[in-house]
Design a protein around this ligand. Structure first.
Ligand SMILES: Cc1cc2nc3c(=O)[nH]c(=O)nc-3n(C[C@H](O)[C@H](O)[C@H](O)COP(=O)(O)O)c2cc1C
Length: 394
């Protein structure tokens, strides 16, 4: 095991923090603490752990550090587990800037796995000294670094079966309640008021469906998924995930409602609606459903993918995963809705819709869960990750 604690320090403050951190790392015999001037970029390749500390200069990493990193080969930090810190003035990061956050982005781009959020330690003045209590905070941070570095390497972990099961079940129950309630609401409105006859009623029904789909399905599925996800990816914000899911659901419902609303508005002759084209009967309708799922899945997933992007470089895989998952799930919805006999009473309708939505949710969860578990396994503490403070304000 090769561990390097690398620092750049003009006035000695960053070096003091680096030494306090190094002092609490396990296996001191393998830990080398060194200044940037004593290493070459190639020395970083093949390390097990790398801890880098730099002062903040003009809101960024010092120029000499940036030049050094520019000479590290592309993907040169692949497989290296990294933690970064800076020293800076004690003020909101928005004003002072933070070299650690910039540094985190750079090492992330070089392939490093960042396992703990960047940290800042404060100086009283330009040349120091360190503010009171900062060395003790560095010791605490060093212990947190040691603990996070001792966890299994992301990407090489075994398949997280508990996350997968939580995920599948979360999708099942939330679609049962969220999609089920949306479909039943629509059924109840049409059942009690009849199909919309005026253009205004058609548009109002369309907006109603979109609103219900966003608020019921989007929010509930987002909530259930966030609950399933968070124990394995704590850095994901539940609120952010719920908002992203609701936005995606809103967009997908809007797109999904467009054809039927447009057809109702131009009043397609009744006989055309009553006798759909032959190809749409039987297997044709399932192909159409799968095609719809393939389009709506990515629309639904896009805002979520943007959330995942903060945590894993492979976030883009979330889009095709949802295309496939919904290409499988949408035919289930079509098949289930087709099982409701015309003129059926409330109980058979509720039971059939509930069972359909549950099965569709489980099918979708089984499919995109396989990708999600792998994405979570490759997630790291990228720079955007929330600050898990060791007593430090943001
Ligand atoms: C050229 C220069 C630019 C600086 N710019 C910033 C800054 O943008 N934000 C900040 O918080 N501190 C800034 N500082 C203060 C440094 O963060 C401080 O000098 C450093 O933490 C001391 O660490 P050292 O003793 O390891 O060099 C700057 C200091 C220098 C010398």
């Amino acid at each position: 095991m090769k561990v390097l604690v690398l620092y750049y320090s003009q006035f000695g403050n960053t070096e003091r923090i680096a030494r306090a951190v190094a002092a609490v790392l396990p296996e001191p015999a393998h830990v080398r603490v060194t200044s940037l001037s004593e290493v070459r970029p190639a020395d970083l390749v093949g390390l097990s752990w790398l801890i880098v500390g730099v002062p903040t200069h003009f809101r960024d990493v010092p120029r000499v550090v940036a030049k050094f990193l520019n000479r590290v080969p592309r993907h040169g930090l692949g497989g290296v587990r990294v933690a970064v810190f800076d020293t800076r003035y004690r003020m909101t990061r928005w004003l002072s800037g933070s070299a650690a956050h910039k540094l985190a982005r750079r090492v992330h781009r070089l392939g490093a796995a960042l396992l703990i959020p960047p940290e800042s330690f404060f100086v009283v003045d330009r040349e120091g000294p360190l503010a009171e209590g900062e060395v003790e905070r560095a010791t605490a941070w060093g212990r947190a670094v040691a603990a996070s570095l001792a966890r299994p390497t992301p990407g090489r972990t075994t398949f997280d079966r508990w996350l997968y099961l939580r995920w599948v079940w979360a999708n099942g129950w939330s679609e049962l309640v969220g999609l089920g309630a949306t479909v039943l609401l629509g059924w109840w409105i049409i059942h009690s008021m009849g199909a919309p006859s005026s253009a205004l009623a058609v548009v109002a029904t369309g907006f109603g469906a979109i609103g219900a789909g966003t608020a019921l399905e989007g929010v509930l599925v987002g909530y259930a998924q966030a609950r399933a996800l968070r124990p394995s990816l704590r850095a994901v914000s539940s609120g952010g995930w719920i908002v992203a899911t609701a936005l995606g659901a809103g967009a997908a419902w809007t797109l999904g409602m467009l054809p039927s609303t447009a057809m109702a508005l131009v009043r397609v002759p009744a006989e055309a609606v009553e006798s759909p084209p032959a190809w749409l009967e039987g297997p044709g309708q399932y192909l159409l459903a799968a095609g719809m799922g393939m389009v709506l899945g990515p629309v639904l997933a896009f805002p979520q993918a943007l959330v995942l992007r903060r945590h894993t470089r492979r976030w883009a895989a979330w889009i095709p995963a949802n295309a496939l998952a919904w290409a499988l799930g949408m035919p289930v919805v079509f098949a289930g809705v087709g099982l409701v006999p015309p003129g059926a009473g409330a109980v058979p309708v509720i039971v059939t819709v509930a069972a359909t939505c549950l099965v569709a949710g489980l099918v979708v969860g089984v499919a995109h869960g396989l990708v999600l578990v792998r994405l979570v396994a490759t997630a790291d503490a990228a720079p955007e990750i929330e600050r898990r403070a060791i007593g430090q304000p943001a």
